[in-house]
Structure formats: C-alpha cells, structure tokens
Design a protein around this ligand. Structure first.
Ligand SMILES: [Zn+2]
Length: 187
C-alpha cells in the first residue's frame, strides 16, 4: 500500500499501521480474549478501525457469543452444510432463513436462531430427516445413494425400535453419564 492510502485522517501527517490487540470480552458471565483489529497512527498515536477491521471484530464477537449460547459457529455451519452436500442457496431452500442466510451464518455476520441450530444438527444426525426436508424443498440429489436408501427405508418403516439407540444428544458438549443412562432407559 502507498503512504497516501495509509495517511492518518485525524492528523493528516502520520501513517496508519494495522495492529491486533488482545481485549477481554464478557458475555453472560463468560469471558474470553479477542484479538481485535485496528490501526495506529505513528505520528499522533490515535487508534481507529476502518470498515473492514470493524467487520472482522464484529464477526469475532458474534462467534464468541454463538459459542457461549451453545450455537454452531460459522465454520461449523459451513462444515455441516458441506457434509450434507448443499450449496448455500440449497441450504436456505431446505432449512429456510432466506437466500443469503447461510452466507451470513457462516461468516459470523449473524447468529442463527436456536431453532435453526437445532434443525441443522438434527439433519446432520438423521439422514432420514434430512432426506425428507430435501424432498419437501424439491432437492432430491443432495443425498448420496446409500443415504437415500436409509432415508427411504426409514420412511417406509417409521417405527424401528432398534434405531432408537442412535438418537443421541447432538450438542457439542459431552453428555454426562446420568444423561446417557436416562436416554438408554427411555429407549
Ligand atoms: Zn495521526
């Protein structure tokens, strides 16, 4: 970058240099340290964040809040969607949220609702449920052949007690022994 593009708008003398500084952030009782982006003027010492830096900082904060709220962070939504073999546009057709929803979830511009989060995890855990959602959205090619067979057999034969054990907690936290026992008792 040339010097003119880095010229400090405050003093008009110095050049701005990008910096990252660790800042503590607290959200509903949990704290973290985020490396926030800004620029420092080498003449007047003023600190400022441009639009791109502000966007990066906002995404870091939203990702932290998602983590605390127990939601998938953007990278996890992307990995899940790719595992399901959907484009961002197809994912919006299947799960809802609007045409740019997944772009925003995956870049941490926006936090998905708790309901959307649960739906995504469910679709990833149960090919049959995902297959049904795809079919309703008119997207039949999303599942690989083997997964479709699973989905078809489940649809044709919805009550399969032996499958009940595969219903597990889908949160990223490890279920306690107590929870596992209760799930087993229920099955
Ligand atoms: Zn300056």
């Amino acid at each position: 970058m040339s010097d003119s593009s880095n010229l400090c708008p405050i003093c008009g003398e110095g050049n701005l240099h990008p910096e990252v500084r660790t800042n503590p952030l607290e959200y509903i009782g949990q704290t973290t340290e985020l490396g926030l982006h800004f620029s420092l003027c080498d003449a007047c010492g003023s600190e400022q964040a441009d639009a791109a830096q502000t966007r990066v900082n906002k995404r870091l904060m939203i990702a932290f809040k998602k983590r605390v709220d127990g939601l998938l962070i953007g990278a996890e939504v992307r990995a899940l969607r790719e595992k399901l073999g959907l484009s961002q546009a197809e994912a919006a057709q299947v799960f809802g949220g609007g045409p740019v929803a997944f772009s925003k979830y995956e870049s941490d511009d926006v936090a998905q609702t708790e309901a959307m989060d649960k739906l995504l995890r469910l679709a990833a855990e149960l090919p049959s449920a995902f297959g049904l959602l795809c079919r309703r959205a008119g997207i039949e090619r999303a599942l690989a052949g083997e997964q479709w067979q699973q989905a078809e057999s489940w649809l044709a034969e919805p009550r399969r007690p032996t499958e009940a054990r595969s219903l597990r907690l889908v949160s990223s936290s490890t279920p306690s022994n107590d929870q596992q026992v209760r799930y087993r008792d229920a099955a």
